[in-house]
Design a protein around this ligand. Structure first.
Ligand code: GLU
Length: 280
């Protein structure tokens, strides 16, 4: 069974770019006789707002999309993410990192731009860690690439790209998680971060095809690694092009004038929008 998803974060109103993504996934599910599921990625409680979530349902309904219910809201499933985090901790694949982004930038010093993304750290000696925990210092759980490489024992990880990455990547791709460094998988306060929640949910929702924008292509490398470490299936990926505005820049949440509700208020019909984007 073909199952794909649309996974917006309720941190702003949906814009044309989201409409294109949702329509692409919905159309693929329809063509394959499969299912289209919606997931609300609301783990960041400081930025997620109920009115944006309500607007997601309104806007997608206005576009003419239908989705399977119940909708999965990440904030209601923190136990699932904690279970995966605990499994990674038991295997020694994550460590508590007390360094801030600023500390890491200082560690790297004058290293070339981008080195920060490839940063790797390590667990503190047990005694120092215990002291910092007792002092209530904030920390993040980071994935240890060193430990992950040891666990994999040189086994290459691949994923199938049926769309295109930003540099034309297509076909069988060898994942290179080292590009992203020791990513944060959870924060002391939030409890889970994007990459972990996405791979756990894609598996639990039985997603066979991840259809999303090319801006998330790079994220696939570390997500593929997490799938291997957590023994989860790897979906097929279809990254699609990003829509750009008249200025050639891609649509973003800050472009207020391009929200779907604004287009609707200006009399744009869903039929016209679908046609403009190349659907039906
Ligand atoms: N929630 C993410 C976003 O709104 C999408 C995650 C994904 O498709 O993997 O950008």
């Amino acid at each position: 069974m073909f199952i794909t998803r649309f996974a917006p974060s309720p941190t702003g109103y949906l814009h044309r770019g989201h409409a294109f993504s949702a329509l692409t996934a919905h159309e693929a599910a329809r063509a394959a006789g499969g299912r289209f599921v919606l997931r609300i990625e609301d783990i960041d409680a400081t930025r997620s707002r109920p009115e944006f979530e309500t607007a997601i349902y309104e806007d997608l309904g206005w576009l003419g999309l239908a989705w399977d219910v119940p909708v999965r809201r990440q904030s209601e499933h923190l136990d699932d993410y904690h279970a995966s985090l605990a499994a990674l901790a038991t295997s020694g694949l994550i460590y508590r990192c007390f360094r801030t982004r600023k500390d890491i930038a200082e560690d790297i010093g004058r290293a070339p731009h981008g080195a920060m993304d490839a940063w790797r750290g390590a667990a503190l000696p047990a005694e120092e860690e215990a002291q910092r925990l007792a002092a209530g210092e904030p920390y993040a759980w980071r994935l240890s690439l060193d430990a992950a490489e040891t666990a994999l024992g040189g086994r290459p990880l691949t994923f199938r790209e049926e769309g295109h990455g930003p540099n034309g990547e297509h076909g069988l791709i060898t994942a290179d998680p080292a590009l992203g460094g020791d990513v944060v998988l959870a924060r002391k306060d939030v409890g889970v971060a994007y990459h972990l929640a996405v791979v756990v949910d894609d598996a639990l929702q039985g997603v066979t095809h991840v259809i999303r924008g090319q801006d998330l292509f790079e994220a696939t490398h570390v997500q593929r690694l997490l799938q291997a470490l957590l023994d989860l299936p790897t979906p097929i990926y279809r990254h699609h092009r990003l829509l750009t505005g008249a200025d050639g820049k891609r649509f973003a949440k800050r472009d207020k004038a391009q929200t779907l509700r604004d287009l609707r208020a200006h009399g744009v019909t869903p039929e016209a929008l679908r046609r403009e984007m190349g659907f039906d």
